[in-house]
Design a binder for this molecule. Structure first.
Ligand SMILES: CC(C)(COP(=O)(O)OP(=O)(O)OC[C@H]1O[C@@H](n2cnc3c(N)ncnc32)[C@H](O)[C@@H]1OP(=O)(O)O)[C@@H](O)C(=O)NCCC(=O)NCCSC(=O)C[C@](C)(O)C(=O)O
Ligand SMILES: [Mg+2]
Length: 356
């Protein structure tokens, strides 16, 4: 339930604050790249990363040591003031709402770099009440800082209660931009017996039936996806609210193969992007979350074959109809947005030819 009636859902929550958006723009966000603004080596890399990744996120929460919290906040202000981000979005992850740092995080960031900050990511969201709190506080700080356009909110889905409330979280404010899966805190909160940050687990499996009753015989095993239910629930909540779902971190930095598997699972389930924790994960994320040339060629052929968009046709022996056309339009529109910011993709997609 929202803290506003439908009548005033889109009214600013503070006099002088910018009017909330009525629709969240589908800006490319294939990779949300985390960096620690208090880490001089990472901070130094930010300017050169602009344009190579869709989102740069200055992380202030977990992975930033407690005695570096103020340096991280101040480092992010410095980076934002001194960097032209061009097409790249600038996000931040603030400290948790019960932390001793979050109030100063929000006051400092919004009043000092509010016009450069696109999204505030809120960790450990338990329910819509957490979004309502940040919503109102952002409005007051936007008014105080003269921020010209609304800063959006992104929630991390990393608590059991947050999963139970995910629909209400998604609908809690017109600032809601999206939701990411947070597998580490969520596993801990649920007491799942995995210590991995995302990905599968060799113990979570299904086994082929015994052959000739021999239960100890050779039986093929299929590892299952620990995150299928949660990602699908998150995708439904985001689709209902018109916001965007993301896979979060994949902690096994060296296992680029399993990272790609996890990212692709999320892409196929409807996620629009993933986090990258290390530069080597950015390329994987961009590749997985950009539709392939084959997918775009097929989608464009369906759009062409379906004419006015109703009815059904056979294409390559498969039925295409109003519903599959909508799926294809999602891909075609995504390709156009990505081509606008990624010259390599533009070249690939422009070269696609469709036979008459
Ligand atoms: C894993 C670490 C320690 C390995 O860092 P490293 O320096 O040991 O790795 P490396 O391979 O030696 O690094 C090579 C070069 O890349 C640089 N580098 C390395 N990482 C980055 C980066 N992100 N951005 C920019 N540059 C980076 C690094 O500084 C080095 O620079 P150099 O060549 O000049 O020496 C490092 O990658 C890192 O700290 N990554 C960010 C981790 C992070 O943000 N974790 C929090 C998000 S996940 C989370 O919170 C969970 C969640 C959602 O809450 C929940 O599920 O509950
Ligand atoms: Mg976490």
């Amino acid at each position: 339930m929202s803290h506003k009636s439908p009548k005033d859902f889109f009214a600013p929550l503070a006099v002088g604050a910018p009017a909330p958006l009525r629709e969240i723009p589908a800006r490319p966000s294939r990779a949300i790249h985390f960096f620690d603004p208090s880490n001089p080596k990472m901070a130094a890399k930010v300017p050169a990363m602009v344009g190579t990744v869709d989102v740069l996120l200055g992380n202030l929460e977990d992975a930033v040591k407690a005695d570096n919290k103020i340096a991280a906040r101040e480092g992010l202000v410095e980076i934002a003031k001194s960097t032209d981000f061009g097409p790249t979005q600038l996000w931040t992850r603030i400290n948790s709402l019960d932390s001793p740092w979050v109030l100063d995080d929000l006051i400092t960031l919004v009043t000092e770099i509010g016009d450069k900050l696109d999204v505030v990511m809120v960790p450990k969201v338990q329910g819509p009440e957490d979004i309502h709190y940040v919503d109102r506080l952002l409005a007051q700080l936007e008014a105080k800082g003269g921020v010209q356009r609304p800063i959006l909110i992104h929630a991390i889905l990393e608590t059991a209660r947050g999963v139970a409330n995910v629909e209400e979280i998604a609908l809690a404010s017109p600032r809601m931009q999206g939701i990411s899966l947070g597998p580490a805190d969520l596993a801990a909160d649920r007491k799942m017996k995995t210590t991995r940050v995302g990905g599968g687990h060799p113990g979570y499996l299904v086994r082929q039936d015994p052959v000739d009753g021999d239960i100890h015989g050779n039986r093929t095993v299929f590892q299952q996806d620990l995150w299928h239910y949660t990602i699908a629930k998150m995708v439904d909540a985001c689709a209902e609210a018109g916001i965007y779902p993301y896979y979060g971190p994949f902690g096994d930095i060296t296992d680029v193969v399993a990272a790609e598997d996890q990212f692709r699972n999320a892409f196929l389930l409807g996620c629009v992007g993933t986090w990258s924790l290390h530069p080597k994960q950015i390329e994987i994320a961009n590749r997985v979350f950009s539709p392939s040339v084959e997918d775009i060629k097929h989608a464009r052929r369906v759009v062409k074959a379906m004419g006015d968009g109703t009815g059904a046709v056979m294409l390559d022996g498969k039925m295409e109809d109003d519903a599959s056309l909508k799926q294809c339009l999602v891909l075609v529109e995504l390709a156009e947005e990505l081509a606008a910011i990624d010259p390599k993709l533009k070249e690939l997609y422009d070269a696609i030819e469709i036979e008459d």
